[in-house]
Design a protein around this ligand. Sequence first.
Ligand code: NDP
Ligand code: BG6
Length: 586
Amino acid sequence: MSSSLSRPSYSSSSRTSSPFFPNHSSLINGGTRRSLSFLSASPQELCLRSKRKSVQSSVVLQDGAVVVTNSSPIEKLKDGLLSVPSQEVVAELGGGEHESTVSITVVGASGDLAKKKIFPALFALYYEGCLPEHFTIYGYARSKMTDGELRHMVSKTLTCRIDKRANCGEKMEEFLKRCFYHTGQYDSQEHFVALNKKLKEHEGGRLSNRLFYLSIPPNIFVDAVKCASSSASSLSGWTRVIVEKPFGRDSKTSAALTNSLKHYLEEDQIFRIDHYLGKELVENLSVLRFSNLIFEPLWSRQYIQNVQFIFSEDFGTEGRGGYFDHYGIIRDIMQNHLLQILALFAMETPVSLDAEDIRNEKVKVLRSMRPIQLEDVVIGQYKGTTTKGGVTYPSYTDDKTVPKDSLTPTFAAAALFIDNARWDGVPFLMKAGKALHTRSAEIRVQFRHVPGNLYNRNSGGTNLDRTTNELVIRVQPDEGIYLKINNKVPGLGMRLDQSHLNLLYSARYSKEIPDAYERLLLDAIEGERRLFIRSDELDAAWALFTPLLKEIEEKKMIPELYPYGSRGPVGAHYLAAKHNVQWGDF
Ligand code: NDP
Ligand code: BG6
């Protein structure tokens, strides 16, 4: 059973010297918890997270299933279903802490995500000193490429937040020397055997830990996992697989994917990524709530009138139409990114910061949600427009990969409810759209009005019942948190206006904010599952959205057209008004 296994920790020698590590995490008892003692963290705690020892436990899912097997480590070794080796196995293999190595294989390395996000994030981790001393990165895809060509391709995209820093060029060269490429088919055992051979050579007899990042279209996930697990999983250390979304299109296809993956992997080897959970402000949500006395008592139906989760992009789906048309905005953004944030926002206080305690609470929220009613949903699709300046923007259906009569929504707004004691009757509004007037992601918490407000008569014409307190957590861009309060305008009179108590990250912290993929990759390397989606969370998320999606599709619901670059369909306002709410981003 993997619960008793301890994770080998890495040598710290390559990490202690970097001055750039964010100082907000540290260790508790060598376990997998995050400390809240960020105020005392020193730069030397740089990537100390990597030194944590694993304290894994069997996981009882909310539906009662237990996700780890009872097989012994040796049995698991034999089965090639390794997670983490036991001390005996490590001893047998002659591995010590300083002798471990991590091999990261980016499957689909020729693709957009690999170039745009994964390699830059790995480089940033390397630059920060967060990768272990011994590591190798392999790109794997069908495209023919040499190591040199991969390095050239990757070097063009390492223009992440790090690139203006001291020694960046030098570090980049060092990093690229540790990147290699293997050409292969995703369903070829033979090609994965060849990859395994190369990985072994680089691992040089050290205890090997292997991470596979599936950056490929979902229809080939299972083939790749099958080959990686049977022909290229580690025989001495852990083997983990990061799986990118989409995890299916509905409950049925998602369950089928989970079942197929579980033929080859244990649940604790599967890291389902939702990169919104890796964003700094989303990570901070629990800190804000559970470490500040002033917020937690207000976090309920008693004080909160509604909560809004807003995602907007100021560009369309050009170039991704083929993918997008099959999924639509509800599957692309709401069912995962926004719902995950909602669950974190609304969960009860977890027993601890351990992954399973947090995920247990999130699942409870998801399972307490009321089925979404079609009349509580508005869908839209963008149409082409020409600005006054003469710039023309395309319609969604102008994309050659999108059928001309496509009804796929590029915008959706919905009102959701959590039927539990804390949130009974509170509307949780979601809004997500492409090709809108701005790019932003935020959480808005609108509080109830002050009963019998003494100052209503002095408000200078402002309706204080409308200008209630609002807490805004701006996930991106210009990360920040602000609280709207009513304040007296200075002077001899008594006039009120609404002002902001404002925490703008760029003004308060000199440090850049790491990309979500950096945090998540590091977590996967460390075996920290807190920010990854467990299978029962995924099931609950699909159980909520599948009936709605089915109804929309069966009824061929026609999306309301909105101009490219606008604020989206008017219907979203009627929806909010129906629930006595005004969108906070207006
Ligand atoms: P790509 O379409 O770029 O595919 C990645 C690689 O997979 C390609 O370079 C290609 O490599 C191989 N590939 C593509 N199509 C097929 C096919 N039909 N059969 C076999 N191999 C194929 O995907 P992305 O890089 O954009 O995304 C990767 C994964 O991440 C997907 O699951 C996507 O949904 C997800 N994702 C992507 C985001 C993004 O911003 N791009 C954001 C969030 C999630 P080769 O031909 O060399 O084998
Ligand atoms: C992805 C969606 O998951 O998130 C994309 O598939 C979307 O459609 C992207 O553009 C947004 O991510 P970010 O981090 O740029 O806000």
